[in-house]
Design a protein. Structure first.
Length: 174
């Protein structure tokens, strides 16, 4: 699982939360850092590409099973590279989604959008519009909204997040 961190840097607490589910499905968790997490910058996709090259070069990763997941501002990074690798699946976890950018993606892999219903940083209308845009292009989208969760649902609703990830990873064969 290639995890793209959010704004503020690569806080190790998020990979710690995700690792249990990732490991249960046979995934290693790779979390490259990109400074403060300004994944909308032009250089950001190169960081992800170099991480994939490193992963492939080690011979220790099954490159046909790589799942891309981005948290918060990491959603920009997910959107930037979602169409550039044969991912097993793509996930936005409280991730920034710009409907116009997401609408340009032609994803043939399953997508998970996990979002808090009361997220005050990324409004639900942007998430709903992005999910509709992906579906209109034929992408299978699992939109899972945790109604009473805010932007930090990975901490405040950890069991619910784990269950959603478990269900989605099982469904995509991971």
């Amino acid at each position: 699982m290639l995890f793209i961190h959010g704004f503020g840097g690569n806080a190790l607490s998020y990979p710690w939360v995700l690792r249990k589910v990732a490991h249960a499905h046979g995934y290693a968790l790779v979390a490259p850092g990109y400074g403060a997490g300004l994944w909308y910058e032009d250089e950001a996709p190169g960081v992800i590409a170099r991480t994939l090259e490193w992963m492939a070069g080690t011979g220790r990763f099954d490159m046909d099973r790589v799942v891309l997941a981005g948290l918060s501002n990491g959603g920009f990074g997910v959107t930037a590279v979602a169409g550039r690798h044969p991912w097993r699946g793509v996930a936005w976890l409280s991730g920034v989604m710009v409907p116009e950018d997401v609408a340009a993606l032609d994803l043939k892999v399953p997508v998970l959008i996990l979002h808090g219903g009361v997220d005050d940083r990324i409004p639900m209308d942007l998430i709903d519009e992005s999910a509709r845009a992906l579906r209109s292009r034929g992408t299978t989208v699992d939109l899972d909204v945790v109604d009473d969760a805010d932007h930090f649902l990975l901490f405040t609703h950890r069991e619910r997040v784990d269950a959603a990830l478990e269900r989605w990873l099982s469904a995509i064969g991971g």
